[in-house]
Design a protein around this ligand. Structure first.
Ligand SMILES: *[C@@H]1O[C@H](CO)[C@@H](O)[C@H](O)[C@H]1NC(C)=O
Ligand SMILES: *[C@@H]1O[C@H](CO)[C@@H](O)[C@H](O)[C@H]1NC(C)=O
Length: 318
């Protein structure tokens, strides 16, 4: 019994590798075999188009998790300035997001530029030397990171319409699907497994995370690398982004870019920076695979996407 099971398994493996090896001959099998390939497999040349998702802000909104994690860390450290607790409001966090990149620089900016004073921590006086200030910021950041991870694990859900569009693309044998995230690998993997689920992650054709490329967005490096790995020309790749920095990375790679903005980025001039379409949410506007790719398939890569769904362009100043 055991033997024959082993034999069946071996036969099955042989069959699978044969199908994979001759995949281009059996068009019907192409889709299945491609999905079995590793994310970092060599370019296969099997896909004609690609849909690439940014992670933070696009697959899920993380801004609110970050803000609450900072406030949790501030509260735990009993930070006060002139007797007032240190708290970052939604509006203020938007300002921080659009002014300074990175967690520690945000805190330094707050205490140096906004309050122009470092806080007391419980009964401990405010740090005076640069070294003491750095030590406080380092400790706050470490605590914040732990809180953030916990928030994501317990509460993260996808933005509306993301899973529907991703699944539609994964089911289409002509379209490669990927995630290109600037966050550090560990954070991104955790976020993706909570939001997309392991099964869907394994179906992705490419998944490039922060530390996989040496230059961060707005450098186009991450998208150039994605196009190379899936073997699809850049002008047939469509990127979904939520920020100007992500848009610049996509456009720098000569790709099409659809923006799903957030509360913090809704007022940015995305069309002015070359966005092909912008919508508040994929789900709320009924964005489907056809609304993105039919125009490109029918009229070439200069075609207009998502006609009738996207926000109208800003009226140019007279
Ligand atoms: C914060 O203030 C310092 C001077 O204290 C200034 O050099 C720096 O540019 C300010 N940062 C921002 C982001 O405005
Ligand atoms: C292709 O372009 C033509 C002419 O502009 C237009 O009428 C048609 O709707 C386009 N096709 C798609 C799928 O958008």
């Amino acid at each position: 019994m055991f033997r024959s099971k082993q034999f069946c398994l071996a036969a099955f493996c042989l069959w699978v590798s044969a199908v994979q090896g001759f995949a281009p001959v059996f068009r019907g099998f192409r889709f299945q075999s491609q999905r079995l390939l590793q994310n970092n497999a060599a370019p296969s040349g099997e896909y004609e188009y690609a849909l690439l998702f940014d992670c933070d802000g696009v697959i899920l909104e993380t801004e609110e998790f970050h803000r609450q994690a900072y406030n949790g860390a501030f509260e735990a450290a009993e930070l006060t300035i002139d007797g007032e607790p240190v708290v970052w409001s939604v509006e203020y966090y938007d300002v921080l997001q659009n002014t300074v990149g990175g967690g520690k620089p945000k805190m330094f900016f707050h205490f140096r530029n906004t309050t122009k004073a470092f806080p007391m921590s419980g009964q401990k006086p405010a740090p005076v030397t640069l070294e003491e200030q750095q030590a406080l910021i380092d400790a706050l950041q470490t605590d914040k990171t732990g809180r953030y991870k916990k928030f994501v694990e317990e509460n993260a859900v996808c933005r509306p319409g993301v899973l529907e569009l991703m699944d539609e693309a994964l089911a289409n044998p002509m379209i490669a699907v990927g995630v290109c995230s600037a966050s550090t690998k560990e954070a991104a993997q955790r976020t993706l497994s909570v939001t997309l689920g392991q099964e869907r992650i394994e179906k992705l054709d490419v998944c490039i995370l922060g530390d996989d490329v040496s230059e961060k967005k707005p450098s186009p490096m991450i998208y150039n690398e994605a196009a190379k790995r899936i073997g699809v020309p850049a002008d047939r790749c469509v990127v979904i982004e939520d920020s100007l920095i992500g848009l610049q990375a996509a456009k720098g790679a000569n790709m099409k870019c659809v923006i799903t903005y957030t509360g913090g980025t809704k007022d940015e001039d995305f069309y002015g920076e070359g966005a092909d379409a912008k919508v508040p949410n994929l789900g709320s506007r009924g964005v489907t695979l056809a609304s993105i790719f039919d125009p490109i398939m029918e009229n070439g890569s200069d075609a207009e996407l998502m006609v009738g769904l996207k926000d109208p362009p800003a009226v140019p100043a007279a």
